[in-house]
Design a protein around this ligand. Sequence first.
Ligand code: DX5
Ligand code: ZN
Length: 209
Amino acid sequence: MILSPSILSADFGILAEQIKKAENAGAEWLHIDVMDGHFVPNISFAMPVIKSIRKYTDMFFDVHLMIEKPERYIEEFIKSGADGVTFHVEATENVRECINLIKKYNKFAGISINPNTPVSEIKEYLDEVDMALVMSVEPGYGGQKYIDAVNDKIREIRAKKGADFFIEVDGGITKDNIDIAIEAGANVIVAGTSVFNDDIEGSVKELMR
Ligand code: DX5
Ligand code: ZN
């Protein structure tokens, strides 16, 4: 299982320092939430922040685009330092163009669905991407409660794709429910508020499996 701490809940004034703590504790991926105020009702940060932190770590940058028409910006995110780019099927009419842009740069491609979007919406693309991201909260904010109903969608994707596929779950993960998500079939676990708190190292260690 891969832990991908989400910097959305980090202290941006000391971001590099906090990322280092997560890395030193054993996290290999870093989840980077980009929000545009259109696809989701919140705005976070984008390329300048990614470029800045790229200098401080070799962690795998797992960039989660919560933006409308992601095809407009995918190349720029890759040039800013993304290793993987995940976009939402609900945000674009050009899903294949998004996948092809990511693949053109030999990067890791992820496709995401919101809690109310059925797996059938991404079914036809699952053989073309490296990862499916199943949102377990409505995207937009950290610190929300895990929606248990998404476990069935994780199971459905795992059953379709077999053991080697990456399935990421994002939102509301804590030490008390992480094993349920893994048991359903998730192998990449995002955690924001459960990691970026007063004890980043201890929290990472507590969540690693
Ligand atoms: C929500 C983001 C998440 C968020 C998770 O829209 O995509 O990655 O940071 O935060 P927690 O783990 O606090 O639910
Ligand atoms: Zn996210």
